[in-house]
Structure formats: C-alpha cells, structure tokens
Design a protein around this ligand. Structure first.
Ligand SMILES: Nc1ncnc2c1ncn2[C@@H]1O[C@H](COP(=O)(O)OP(=O)(O)O)[C@@H](O)[C@H]1O
Ligand SMILES: [Mg+2]
Length: 417
C-alpha cells in the first residue's frame, strides 16, 4: 500500500488549521482504507501522526487553543436543536431536512467544509442529493457569488474529456476550429463540481491529479500554463475504493479528492425524512402545475411512507409530480406507476436485507416484496381459497399458483378455522 508522502522538511511547518486538517484527513483515509499494515507502514504513520500532533500543540500554544478545548464538553443535543442551530447560522440549503442524525452529520460537515478551500468528495446512491450538496458547499462558502461549474465526467466521450476540462487551442485536433476555454478556467475563483468522478478515464485522472497539485492547467495543444483557482467538489455513486482495487481509479487522486468525505444515506435509511419531503414536493408540484396540493388517501400515504425508493429523493420527487398531474383532488394507489403497484401499505420488514448490488436489483427486490405482500393480503381476504382469489383478480389460477409457490406461500395457512 501507498502512504501519503508529506513528511515536512526539518523546521518547516504548514501551521494552519486547514493544512493540519488536510493532513489529518489524509492520515484517516489511509488508515480507513488500509487492507493491511506492515510494521514499517505503522511506524511511518505514527511518525506522521506525531508530527501533526506536535504542530497542533504549537498552534494551540500560540493561539491559546487549549483554553477552548479545556472548556465544558458539549451536552447531549435536544431533539430539533441541531436542525435549528444550522438554520440559525443562516445555513443556505435549497431543499428540506429534518432531524435525521446521519443527514445532519453530512450537512454539518458540509457547513464546516464550505468556508475552506479543501476538496470535498460526496458519495451516495443516485438521487440522494449529491449535486444539491455540492451547491450547498458552494453557496455557504466565500465563493458563493463566483462561478459554479458542473461537469458530468460520465457524460463526456473519452476523447473529448481533456478538452472539456482544460480547453483547447485552435487546430489542436480535428474539429478544434477556435481556441476554447475549459471548465476549469470557467470555474476560476469559483467552484467546479466533478460529477460521476468514478467514470473519469485513467488518462483524465492523471491530468486532474496534476491540476490538483499545481493549480495550473494547459489547454490541449498549448504549452502555455494558466493558473486556475477552482475549489473542487467531486461526487460518485460508485465505491471508489473498489475501483482502486480493480485498477480503475488512482489511489493518489482519491486521497486528494477526499480530504473531506461526505456520505449521503439512501432515503430508505432516513425514512423519518419522508413526511417532510412529501409535503415539500407536494407543494412544489402543486405550484409548478398551478393547482391545489393533492390530498393522499391513507393507503397511498402509508405506501409512500414505507416504500423503499430505489431512486431515492429523485424518485420521490417524480412521484409527487406524477400524482399532482394525474390525480384530481385526492390521489390513490391507482395513480402510482404500474411497476411499483400493487402495493403493500403495511409491509412487514423481514430481517435487514443486504444492500442491493444495483438499482435494477433494488427495484426487483422492492417489486418482489410488494408482490408477496399483495398475495398475502389477497389470500387473507378470501380465506385461503385460491380459485376465489384468481376470480377476483381476473387471473389464471395456475399462474396464481406459480406465484404462490415462488414466494413459498401456502393457501391453507390462510384458511379461516
Ligand atoms: N434534502 C433534500 N430536500 C429536497 N430535495 C432534495 C433533497 N436532497 C435531494 N433533493 C432533490 O432530489 C433530486 C436528486 O438530487 P441530486 O442532488 O441530483 O442527487 P444525486 O446527484 O445524488 O443523484 C433533486 O431534485 C434534488 O433537488
Ligand atoms: Mg447526480
């Protein structure tokens, strides 16, 4: 394994909180991701940790930091307090959030990171709010009134990525008819958001690493170096550590990008936020469609509160727009997209499932759960008479039997005694 190589020369000192924080975070990342550590690695890490500690001591002495640290330990927060405190500090956030501790952790990290220029890596499943988080970091920092430039590394053909990021000189390649500025130059003094960073090809990764180290770029086909001062926020829904092991992502780039690492939990792990989001997007959709907010039947509401949302907040938002478009005054189960119907309003959770390997897998699992719950409810309603259920649902009886078998359901278990 590689260890970060930042042993400072004798007597030299970075002596700033930001510098120390960066070095601490690199140390933490090294430890967090180390598959094994040999004795020399341990000794090197210890030396680096000692050097950082010595600098903190020196800094604390100069700034009487010790007094602050020595004051009372923070008491247990009371419910709602963290959220209120964030809002009271004029935290800029274009969305909604409640009291979910994991989301608050992420927001508080973003708030602290915002005023620094440290690179931030945001990870989380698709639709969890990574891009929104990048905007939060920009909006709460000193660069808020400067450019915010977003680049989707997964959406640009490999051959064009360098020119897109760094620009090109006229005639640098076929089709380069004029000089062109890249995204980094456009983000000068502002923030550049590198979305889907895990999709960046290795060659682009090398170039990006160089920019992070030197704060300079070269347009494709040009020798001239141009200084750029862009704050970097990167996002990924991939496990970069896994990509590193597969040789698809550079470890040194990972450490550079993830000085501050924020993980957004999937919506199914912050279900307490769902009611707020339903209200927020219910109102937003009503406003966009110039109509009164849609009421939800209790069954639909129960479904929406318990649904697993493989597409996370994006899926919830789209559902609310769909309901606002299709329903009259009140929306019901029937207004849901077919692939997430029939529904299981009071689905009983079995043992915690393994996290799905992909979005398709998550959808399949959610749809299987709904199917099973629906079959159980149907069997209960008809007292375990499969023929009657087939008649009610206008289904082929043998097909129904196959479904029951698939889920290991026995009609006799539902007979009334
Ligand atoms: N806390 C939140 N409150 C309201 N809307 C949110 C929140 N988090 C994410 N969203 C919305 O969910 C959608 C997906 O968010 P986005 O940042 O694009 O996700 P990702 O980049 O992780 O795929 C966007 O419409 C975004 O505004
Ligand atoms: Mg996104």
């Amino acid at each position: 394994m590689k260890l970060f190589n930042q042993d400072l020369p004798q007597g030299a000192s970075s002596m700033s909180y930001a510098g120390l924080l960066e070095r601490l975070e690199i140390l933490r990342s090294t430890l967090r991701w180390a598959s094994r550590l040999d004795r020399p690695d341990i000794e090197k890490l210890l030396r680096q940790a000692n050097a950082v500690r010595d600098e903190v001591m020196q800094l604390s002495h100069t700034e009487r930091f010790i007094q602050a640290v020595g004051s009372q330990a923070a008491p247990e927060p009371i419910p709602g307090e963290r959220r209120q405190a964030l809002l009271a500090r004029s935290f800029v956030f274009e969305g909604t959030f409640g009291d979910n501790p994991r989301l608050l952790d992420a927001l508080e990290i973003a708030e602290k990171a915002a005023p620094t220029d440290l690179p931030v890596l945001v990870d989380g499943e698709s639709g969890t709010g990574k891009e929104l988080m990048a905007k939060v970091i920009h909006a709460n920092g000193a660069r808020a009134d400067k450019a915010y430039i977003s680049v989707n590394c997964g959406a640009i053909p490999e051959s064009l990525i360098e020119s897109e990021l760094f620009g090109h000189k006229r005639g640098a390649f076929t089709g380069a008819a004029t000089d062109r500025k890249g995204k980094f130059e456009s983000a000068h003094k502002g923030t550049i958001f590198l979305d889907e960073i895990g999709e960046l090809p290795l060659q682009g990764q090398v170039k990006l690493l160089r920019v992070l180290q030197s704060h300079e770029i070269q347009r494709v086909g040009s020798d001239e170096t141009i200084a750029v001062d862009a704050r970097i926020v990167a996002a990924t829904n991939k496990n970069l550590r896994q990509l590193i092991e597969l040789g698809q992502f550079r470890e040194d780039l990972f450490y550079r990008l993830s000085v501050i690492h924020v993980t957004l939990p999937p919506l199914r792990e912050r279900k307490d936020e769902i009611p707020l989001l339903l209200a927020y997007y219910g109102d937003e959709a009503a406003e966009a469609l110039k109509r009164r907010p849609v009421a939800l039947t209790p069954v639909l509401r129960a479904f929406l509160l318990d649904y697993t949302y493989p597409g996370n907040i994006r899926e919830l938002r789209n559902l609310m727009y769909r309901l606002a478009c299709l329903a009259g005054d009140t929306a019901d189960i029937a207004h849901l997209p077919e692939d997430i119907r029939p529904v299981a309003p009071a689905r009983i959770e079995t043992a915690a499932p393994d996290p799905p390997a992909s979005l398709a897998e998550a959808k399949r699992a959610a749809s299987d759960d709904a199917e099973r719950a629906c079959l159980e409810r149907g069997l209960k309603d008809v007292g375990g008479t499969v023929a009657e259920l087939a008649r009610r649902w206008d289904m082929n009886r043998s097909h129904l039997q196959i479904l029951l078998k698939k889920h290991g359901l026995h009609s006799k278990d539902f007979r009334r005694h």
